[in-house]
Design a binder for this molecule. Structure first.
Ligand code: GLU
Length: 412
């Protein structure tokens, strides 16, 4: 896990070289604007106090306020949060929405906290960063291990501190308290729109496209359901306990019911159990890593049989794996494009909060499609124009051009 930011910045350097770009502005993009760490004392149900560490990294705000989720996961560390904040900067620039990038987190397993402990931890986090976040400065959202309910507590605490209702301080809220229709499914839906574009460019028929999805959280589950309903053959899915595989395709409605009843997808009676590692190596057209980072490494890259990797997690492919995959002709559709649907819908939520005028779900989804398809086209054209098959490079070129232009125009 060590030094993920270095890997992320290497990508920036690689792209700068391709672009023939040497400028002082690049130096600004190589490091975060501000790194914050706070101690969060929380009263636990057993009557004792526990002190957690909360992070918020404000990477860059040249194109707009810092924007990015908060992650609750045992493996969260400052280096990871910095890398995630950097990726948000690139992602918002690729999507061409008026935001910079940020990210936050707490090293905690939210699954073992009671509801009360989770609420007190979230409120402590909000108080810890109340001077630094805000609708015009830094707007958090959900990420791995955080939910709409957690965003509602954050909004409530921040509103109490400021003496007025401020829904635009955070996105990904429940609809009852200013969330947007369509936000919850937006990352999965955006990924689906991107996949449809890729298939049309590659002239592949969806009826002949089998898909394996790693991760059955908000992103993986919604993506799998949407793709299944659209006629794709979903042959494997997994969650943190393991995966299931049926070469003739899974009935996703039944898998979902099984997951709701048992807490996991494993032991589904119409499939065989497989590991999360084996899922990535299945003979399918599309592999969708939709859980955590660094799951595709130099070790397993050679065993991947898919033609397309659709990165719905952040950072699932390690830098060392990328060259191997490219050599094999695997198209890696990068996270900063493929999972941008979430933050695009967050942008719509924020606009609706500020205007206090709410859209119906069709409007949210139509605009999401418009935005993400435009981003895809721009990246694809950049890739073809450069005669280079790496889509990640193309996405970074699009982002870096926009960021450097904004930096130059504003001045330092
Ligand atoms: N956590 C999500 C991401 O990594 C969403 C961020 C947001 O909506 O601000 O893209």
């Amino acid at each position: 896990m060590a030094n993920q930011l270095k890997g992320a910045v290497n990508q920036l350097n690689k792209v700068a070289q391709i672009m023939g770009l040497t400028c002082d502005e690049l130096e600004i993009l190589r490091r975060p604007d501000r790194v914050l760490e706070v101690s969060l004392p929380v009263l636990m149900d057993n009557g004792r106090m526990k002190v957690f560490t909360g992070y918020r990294v404000q990477y860059n705000n040249i194109r707009g306020p810092y924007k990015g989720g908060i992650r609750f996961h045992p493996r969260v560390n400052l280096d990871e949060v910095k890398a995630l904040a950097f990726w948000m900067t690139i992602k918002c620039a690729v999507a061409d929405i008026p935001y910079g990038g940020g990210k936050g987190g707490i090293a905690v397993n939210p699954k073992i906290l009671s509801r009360g402990e989770l609420e007190r931890l979230t409120r402590a986090y909000t108080r810890g960063f109340a001077d630094f976040i805000g609708p015009k400065t830094d707007i958090p959202a959900p990420d791995v291990g955080t939910t709409p309910q957690i965003m509602a507590w954050l909004m409530d605490e921040y509103s109490h501190i400021n003496g007025e209702n401020i829904p635009a301080v955070v996105t990904g809220k429940p609809v009852e308290v200013g969330g947007s229709l369509g936000r919850e499914t937006a990352t999965g839906l955006g990924g689906f729109y991107v996949l449809e574009q890729v298939l049309s460019k590659m002239k592949m028929a969806k009826s002949k496209t089998s898909v394996a999805v790693q991760g059955f959280g908000n992103v993986g589950m919604n993506f799998a359901l949407i793709a299944y309903r659209a006629g794709y053959k979903i042959v494997a899915v997994s969650d943190s306990r393991g995966g299931i595989y049926n070469a003739s395709g899974l009935n996703l409605a039944e898998v979902l019911a099984h997951k709701q009843a048992t807490g996991s997808v494993v032991d589904f009676n119409k499939a065989k159990n497989i590991t999360n590692e084996k899922l990535l190596e299945l003979p399918v057209e599309v592999v969708v890593p939709a859980a955590l980072e660094n799951v595709i490494s130099e070790q397993n890259a050679g065993r991947i049989k898919a033609k397309i990797i659709l990165e719905l997690a952040n950072g699932p492919t390690m830098e060392s794996a990328e060259a191997k995959l490219n050599k094999k002709g695997v198209l890696v559709v990068p996270d900063v494009l493929a999972n941008g649907g979430g933050v695009i819908a967050s942008y719509f939520e924020w606009v609706q909060n500020i205007r206090q005028y709410y859209w119906d779900q069709d409007k949210v989804e139509a605009r999401l499609k418009e935005k993400i398809v435009a981003a895809f086209e721009k990246v694809w054209q950049t890739m073809e124009a450069g005669g280079n098959r790496e889509m990640r490079n193309a996405a970074y070129i699009v982002a870096v051009e926009r960021l450097v232009k904004a930096l130059r125009t504003r001045g330092i």
